[in-house]
Design a protein around this ligand. Structure first.
Ligand SMILES: O=c1ccn([C@H]2C[C@H](O)[C@@H](CO)O2)c(=O)[nH]1
Ligand SMILES: [Zn+2]
Length: 133
């Protein structure tokens, strides 16, 4: 595993430690690296009004955008769940990820054992809706 990948794996794990997931009991962490080498983490944040919960992938992107990064500025993302299964980003997150990561960039998801699966953005959301290309 490259240093960069190891980094994002560890950061996604840190993200999962911040998760607020009292309803699902399913903590998720995400991390990303920008083209300047800065990294950001995210976690799922649930709500007693269940449908208002937000996924880890989107809070990580929100952190980067809040710091001034925009479309094309995110190089790579990682997702971590302390679970047996590898969690792949939900449909809503795939759309949001595709707004900020170019089609050839990747998302790697890890389970608790460090097993991983990597997708390009194009694989996550083939022929996705976009106004920016
Ligand atoms: O890739 C995923 C999949 C699910 N969740 C969250 C949403 C909810 O809080 C919990 C259970 O679905 O996990 C994420 O954050 N990312
Ligand atoms: Zn999601």
């Amino acid at each position: 595993m490259s240093d960069n990948k190891k980094d994002l794996h560890a950061l996604a794990q840190q993200g999962a430690e911040k998760a607020y997931a009292p309803y699902s009991q399913f903590p998720v962490g995400a991390s990303l690296r920008t083209r300047t080498g800065e990294t950001f983490i995210g976690c799922n944040i649930e709500n007693s009004s269940y449908g208002l919960g937000i996924c880890a992938e989107r809070t990580a992107i929100a952190a980067a955008v809040t710091a001034g990064f925009g479309p094309g500025d995110i190089e790579e993302m990682a997702v971590y769940v302390p679970d047996e299964n590898i969690a792949s980003p939900c449909g809503a997150c795939r759309q949001v990820i595709s707004e900020f990561l170019d089609k050839d960039k990747t998302v790697t998801a890890y389970n608790r054992h460090g097993d991983s699966k990597t997708w390009t953005i194009e694989q996550l959301l083939p022929d996705g809706f976009s106004l920016r290309n």
